[in-house]
Each structure stands twice: as C-alpha cells, then as structure tokens.
Design a protein around this ligand. Sequence first.
Ligand code: STX
Length: 351
Amino acid sequence: MASHRVDARPQDSVASEGSARRRAPYPEIEPHESGMLDVGDGQQLHWECSGRPDGTPVVFVHGGPGGGTNPAHRRMFDPSVYRIILVDQRGCGRSVPHVADGADLSVNTTWHLVADLERLREHLGLHQWLVFGGSWGSTLALAYAQEHPDRVRGLVLRGIFLCRPSEIDWFYRGGAAHLFPDVWEGYLAPLLAADGPEAVHRPGYDHVAAYHRLLHCGDPETEVAAARAWTTWETSTSMLLPRQAAPMGTADPDGISDRFALAFARIENHYFSHDAFLKGAAILDRMDRISHLPAVIVHGRYDVVCPVANAWELHAAWPGSELHIVADAGHAMSEPGITHHLLEATDRFRP
Ligand code: STX
C-alpha cells in the first residue's frame, strides 16, 4: 500500500529536532577487500568491500555523475550484517583513466554504467544485492534495476533525480538561480568572461553548452576555473543549513580539488548535454519493470538541486514504495534528517 510521511512540520522542524532524535552514521571502517575491475573500453573501475565479508550485499551507487565514492559512504550500513560495496563509476574517483587526465567520455554513458554494475555483481559472485543511491545515484540505481530487476533485492533512494530535461533546466539553466542568486553569480562568472553579458542574458542562452565549450577549451587554467565554478554551484546549494551537516567528503565546498572538480564537472556536463542518454528509456516510463520491488525513498523538502516533486512523482508511479519527505533538509546525504531516515531504511532491509 502506498505510504508517505512528512516527518516534521516546517514550523517546528529545526528548533525541535534534538540530536537525540537523529541517528548518527555507523562508525568509520576500513575495507577488507578491494580491486580494479576491467570493464573494457580501456576502463578499470575501483571497487571495495567493507563490513561483514559474508554479509548481505549492498552496493552504494554514487552521485554526480562523476562524484566518486568516499569513506563516509560506508557508514550508512550496519557493518555487522552488510557486505558494503563501493565502486567508482567510469572516469572518476579511483577508477582509471580519470577524466581529469583526459579519459574518453564517448565510452561513458548511462548504459555503460549499468553494464559495469552488472559486471561487478558477477565478478563478486553475488546473486542479488540491495541497491542504495542518492541524486545521480538514484537515477543510475533505477536505470540498473529496470534493466536487471531480478538482481535487485530492494532499493534505498534519496534526493531523487530522474534526469529529465526540465530538471536540467531547473538547476543548470536558471531555475534554482531564483533561490540562490548570490551563488548563481559564481556559476555565471566564467560564462560572462567567455561570452559577454549580452549573450549570457539573452533568452535561450544554453549554459550547459557554454560550459561544455569551456570545460574542453584546451587552456588548463580556463578549464579548471570553469570546473570549479560548476562544482561550487552544486556543492553550495545542496544543504538547507550547511553548518548542521557533518563534513562528508566531496560535499564540503572548501574541500574541492581541481582533480575532483574537473571529473565532476566534465562528466556531469557530458551526461546533461545528452539527456543522460535516457531518450526512449525515461525512468518513469519503465516503472512497470520494478514496481514489485520494495523501496524506501528519502527526500528533503528544501532540496534545490533535485526538487522534491521528483520524489513525489516517483512514489506516485510506485505504489509499494515508502516516501519520507524530510521537513528540514535539502539535497545532501549528510544532513541530519536525511542521514537518519537512510539509516532507518538500511536497517529495515537487514536480513
Ligand atoms: N547532480 C546531482 C548529484 O548527483 C545533478 C550530486 N550533487 N552533488 C553531489 O552529487 C556531490 C555530493 C557528489 C557533490
């Protein structure tokens, strides 16, 4: 039966949410196994397993695309029962070749990433796994599950992103600028420098196409400046109250390296220049393939990167899913209310 929960009323959300009511992630752990998986096309993916070696498998599908995994991601799962699998998607994180080193983006599409997950599952000898993904990780988790429903035990999804053109327009072509006009100035700066104000402010100007030119212009300084501006726009708009959230690796705007920014910006821009390669395979059009699978969806009410309507539409198309709208959170996994509900969800999927 369909169910949805709004966990706190907006007016009482922040002040009354004592830390006692919000769970902290599991302790830091180290992997017990890792490797590089050759997936063809000259690509090798870095993967690792932590937690219980013979535990119930869960795969963490990271965001971006291009965001990579980090040690904090292990902490969303009970390590005494889960075999926790982290994998860096093509071209980013510890996978090679890295996009910052010029990796070929023509062999980097949603369908390559779906096939890569399946290859990793086979490599690890797993019959099925729980699939956990946020943001772009939710898009990819859904695309994977729709291709390979028999391999998925269930899904835990947050910050739902369906990668529709309207969602790309919202975040990268001026919608969200209405909420973050100050941060948007930083996003526009490289475009203004390259194309001038008349062009940039003309209706129909394509910010994503303009960024594509800058990110591949051949001048390293311009490329890095563009990559950092693109990435900062995203990291600086992802939390309702940044100081409330624990530092979680890449979400820290001060912790962005040039290398991270180049991969993140180039890979995202590549996917969003191609509607994430989903034409004819829109996520919401193929829900019949996975509507029998159990799923928990967690989404912040004030998610500016991926508006909560995405989660609402996904839940509406998935009668068995459970939706938690967190009243005092934005987009980031590290926000207290988001972390809390994700931990509750992964605990409930324990065997
Ligand atoms: N991109 C959304 C996404 O997947 C549209 C995402 N947003 N921020 C992140 O990922 C990081 C936390 C990896 C910076």
